[in-house]
Design a binder for this molecule. Structure first.
Ligand code: SF4
Length: 450
């Protein structure tokens, strides 16, 4: 196994003063010390965030700004992340001001670790609540450490924390189409105890990471399961640049648990074809292994019969939807899908195909317009062929949002015919690379289509 070891950076001797750490840098270092090394000394090796990651980052900023409106009388420390000293000074001045009931983005520093806190809400004259705002809809394990690192810094800097936790989106909140009810849209999850329990560990982590950053050489660490856990590492492309390009890597095995992958890697197994026959695999995984070894696809005896169950005319239906974190139309919850486009290819038994489509071309709520045209385009009979349960979910929600169309919309659900489980249970080809997504399946089965 090759290790990812960068050349020594130009100023890599006698690092008596390690670079300033932050919450994100400590999290980087706990995921992989080499990631932190790169963050501090060679950040140019990171892949630039793609559009979807940038979208997620921008969405987080917007949600953070909206969350501040929950705290009347709060003051924003409006200083960029590059101007640390100014942010620290303004924070100290704002803390002394008793009328500030909350601070947004205050800066604190302790033992070479900097923390900018999303919200610091005043509990009383002496104590504060530390609140991390997340655009997620559920509390993840990594959040506890996020908050614990900040609490470690603030406590070290002399701030008394009464409660700490995360503010996340409440998927039980239903938007009325008027003003957002910010008390309902967000929900606070207290993590005070769990965060307190981690404080001693943070002490140790900071010492270890700072010691690592003082060394003149980067840590020697090979790519492994840590590269995607808990977040995809931005140095993946760099660390893997010398790795041989495997035709059937272990990542191509359907739904392989990280622990099993680790077991295989520790056995020196890199490719699917090298997995020992007696290694415990699930049915689909064993099938994938067999297809790789034989180089042939696998078709179940039941496939033909399953395909015959479809009724003509067949309507091949595909929705596109937006899934805003903050609900956009009345009746919607955070992260709920609202369809704005569909395409239907109506296929007759003689092979004739008629394309039909809807695309919202205005900025208003498209749901009624789309549902009415959908009912007209799908007509009263024939199977509605879909790929995954997504279309079923969208139609079911349309039926709830539009009570007067509820009956005909629910009738569509009875005509749905989902090809995904049929393919998953009855077919495999090494070219699927462990995935049954339409983007994988189509080029394998119908190579003339992109
Ligand atoms: S890609 Fe993997 S090995 Fe390389 S820095 Fe990131 S986590 Fe560490």
């Amino acid at each position: 196994m090759s290790t990812s070891r960068p050349p020594n950076p130009p100023d890599s001797t006698n690092r008596t003063l390690p670079p300033r750490l932050s919450k994100s840098r400590i999290q980087s270092g706990l995921q992989c010390p080499l990631r932190l090394w790169y963050d501090c000394y060679e950040p140019q090796l990171a892949s630039a965030p793609d559009e979807s990651l940038q979208f997620i980052l921008d969405r987080g900023l917007k949600i953070g700004e909206l969350a501040r409106e929950r705290y009347a009388g709060g003051k924003l420390i409006d200083v960029s992340y590059q101007e640390t000293e100014r942010a620290l000074e303004q924070t100290q001045a704002a803390i002394r001001e008793p009328f500030n009931s909350a601070l947004f983005e205050p800066a604190f520093q302790y033992c070479g670790v900097l923390a900018r806190v999303d919200v610091l809400a005043r509990q009383n004259a002496e104590a504060w609540d530390l609140i991390e705002v997340k655009s997620a809809a559920r509390v993840k394990e990594a959040y506890v450490r996020d908050v614990a690192i900040q609490q470690w810094v603030l406590s070290g800097a002399g701030i008394r924390i009464e409660r700490s936790g995360v503010l996340i989106l409440n998927t039980g909140y239903v938007y009325d189409g008027q003003q957002y009810d910010l008390q309902q849209l967000f929900t606070f999850h207290e993590l005070t105890e769990a965060v307190r329990d981690l404080q001693a560990q943070i002490d140790e982590h900071v010492v270890t990471l700072q010691a690592m950053l003082r060394k003149s050489d980067p840590p020697e660490i090979a790519p492994g399961v840590q590269c995607n856990d808990p977040y995809e590492c931005p140095y993946l492309a760099h660390c893997n640049k010398d790795e041989p390009c495997l035709e059937h890597p272990l990542s191509n095995l359907p739904r392989l648990h990280p622990n099993k992958r680790l077991m295989l890697e520790e056995m020196g197994v890199r490719e699917i074809g090298e997995i020992p026959e007696d290694f415990p695999l699930k049915e689909t995984q064993a099938r994938a292994r067999q297809c790789v070894l034989s180089g042939e696809d696998w078709v179940s005896d039941e496939l033909a019969e399953r395909l015959r169950a479809i009724a003509y005319p067949v309507h091949h239906l595909d929705f596109e939807a937006l899934m805003p974190a903050i609900p956009r139309y009345a009746g919607m919850r955070p992260y709920e899908n609202a369809p704005f486009q569909y395409s239907i290819h109506r296929e007759e038994q003689d092979g004739q195909i008629t394309p039909l489509a809807y695309l919202c071309r205005h900025r208003g709520d498209p749901r009624r317009e789309l549902a009415e045209q959908l009912l007209s385009d799908l007509g009263p009979m024939g199977s509605i062929c879909v790929y995954s349960s997504f279309e079923r979910t969208v139609i079911a929600r349309l039926a709830e949002w539009l009570p007067d169309l509820r009956e005909p919309l629910l009738a569509l659900i009875n005509r749905l015919w989902d090809l995904l489980p049929i393919i998953r249970q009855n077919y495999y080809h090494p070219g699927l690379a462990g995935s049954f997504s339409i983007k994988r399946v189509l080029p394998v089965l119908v190579p003339e289509l992109s």
